[in-house]
Design a protein around this ligand. Structure first.
Ligand code: SF4
Length: 454
């Protein structure tokens, strides 16, 4: 059996786009799915990440599996249509199919919702016996114990800054108003046994690790035991965490001792009232500067994420945020436009207020394009302000100001800053026309809407 696993990418992130190798780590979904293919099927598996290679629509396959986020869903539907036209059945999973299974079912043969550890092997065995069903849902008894190791051997290794991406946990217990994670997977976390995570980490080549978990520290006891167990490996790792990491001195010390060298943190806004409205009350703007100092003092670099377009944001928000980022010295700032992903509380609110301008135009739901009517500025002002903030934070002067005197991960941060500088310059070129090229767009039949939920 020949299985082709595809990670579709929106135009910006495709190989031909503007996202450089210095910013690109190996994705975990496809290698995890490849690892889960039952041995007895003797399958020949190929992985194509459109971020690093062109997809050949004539690739031989008995079954195609696609995983997509909302922004890449129309590309996924286009790919599905091309393979199905050749008689190759297509399965789709991932966050968008989980949020919108009814919509996905219109474009593919089979939809997989939720985490696929149990359902994907079952689907493959059914396929082998010609009895593949239309929908596979997450097992209510999902366990992350005894998982097979991800098939990193199938990746184009040279195309990524690291292929040592891994996961210890899944999900998040928080409920930020704009986030798809609690909507798609519920407000809960799943944990791999610490000894299995550490065994996998120990077996990976080299010293670097990348944890892609949304925030493993939400369960403090689990995170502490994981960090303790990582210390003897003497590896260096980067990962994601909420601002809570600096509130527990023991947790922060253990993270440091375990080799933490960089964290992606969602600061989201420099206005406390905005954080309250977004249901991210545990972030405290007054603490941001001190937090950054604490992390820098431990040699931990910060990729800080900020969002524009909250109802409280006026036209000054861009300048205030950029100045704040420079002042507190965020090593690698990343800006997003507030995006009402389907199913989120934010989507429901904006939909009920008639403020979603580009509903169903999922290619634009990439967190870099305005798809709704903001409260205190026009959509054009929000879009232009967003582009301006990106450009401004990646001027040579701003990069120098933020990194001067830093002793954190400079060998990674300098090329990453240069990579984002190019990205910032290229972003305005990704118009609606460019973003929707090579995607499934039928203007008479918009793809989706919440009625697409099963
Ligand atoms: S803390 Fe992060 S992952 Fe968790 S709900 Fe909020 S934005 Fe999502």
């Amino acid at each position: 059996m020949k299985i082709l696993l595809i990670l579709p990418q929106g135009a910006i992130y495709r190989k031909s786009g503007s996202f450089k190798k210095s910013l690109r780590y190996a994705p975990v979904a496809l290698t995890t799915l490849a690892g889960l293919v039952p041995q007895e099927l003797n399958a020949e598996i190929r992985i194509v990440d459109e971020g690093v290679e062109e997809l050949d629509f004539n690739t031989e396959a008995d079954l195609v599996g696609i995983t997509a986020i909302t922004g890449s869903a129309p590309r996924a539907y286009h790919i599905a249509q091309r393979f199905r036209a050749r008689g190759v059945p297509v399965v789709m999973g991932g966050v968008h199919a989980t949020l919108m299974p009814g919509e996905a079912a219109k474009y593919v043969d089979t939809v997989v919702t939720g985490f696929a550890e149990e359902s994907w092997p079952r689907l493959l065995r059914d396929f082998k016996q010609n009895k593949m069903e239309r929908l596979y849902t997450q097992s209510p008894h999902l366990s992350l114990a005894n998982l097979p190791i991800a098939r990193r051997d199938l990746l184009k290794k040279e195309a990524y800054i690291t292929t040592n991406s891994m996961q210890a946990t899944r999900g998040c217990i928080n409920n930020c108003d704009f986030c798809v994670i609690p909507v798609a997977w519920g407000r809960r976390m799943y944990f791999r046994p610490v000894e299995e995570v550490v065994k996998e980490a120990a077996e990976l080549p080299g010293k670097a690790l990348l944890f892609v978990d949304p925030s493993p520290i939400e369960n403090v006891e689990y995170a502490k035991s994981l960090f303790r167990a990582l210390i003897p490996l003497k590896k260096k790792w980067v990962g994601l965490a909420t601002t809570k990491i600096t509130k527990d001195p023991e947790l922060l010390d253990l993270a440091t001792k375990s080799g933490c060298k960089g964290l992606l943190i969602g600061f989201e806004s420099v206005t406390q009232e905005t954080l309250r409205l977004a249901n991210k009350r545990f972030n405290s703007v007054n603490d941001y500067s001190e937090m950054v100092k604490k992390l820098h003092a431990r040699g931990i670099a910060i990729m800080g994420c900020f969002v524009f377009g909250f109802d409280n944001d006026d036209k000054d928000v861009f300048q205030r945020t950029v100045e704040f980022v420079d002042r507190i010295r965020i090593d690698l700032p990343r800006y997003a436009v507030l995006t009402p992903f389907p199913g989120t509380p934010l989507y429901k609110k904006l939909k009920s207020e008639g403020r979603i301008l580009k509903d169903n135009r999922w290619s634009l739901f990439d967190a870099q394009h305005v798809v709704f009517k903001p409260a205190k500025m026009t959509p054009e002002e929000l879009q232009e302000g967003h582009y301006w903030a990106w450009r401004q934070s990646y001027t040579a002067g701003s990069i120098f100001k933020r990194l001067a005197g830093s002793r954190c991960l400079l060998q990674v941060l300098v090329p990453a800053n240069v990579g984002y500088r190019e990205y910032a310059r290229a972003l305005p070129g990704y118009t609606e026309e460019v973003l929707t090229e090579g995607t499934w767009i039928d203007v008479n039949e918009p793809v989706g809407g919440l009625e697409g939920r099963l």
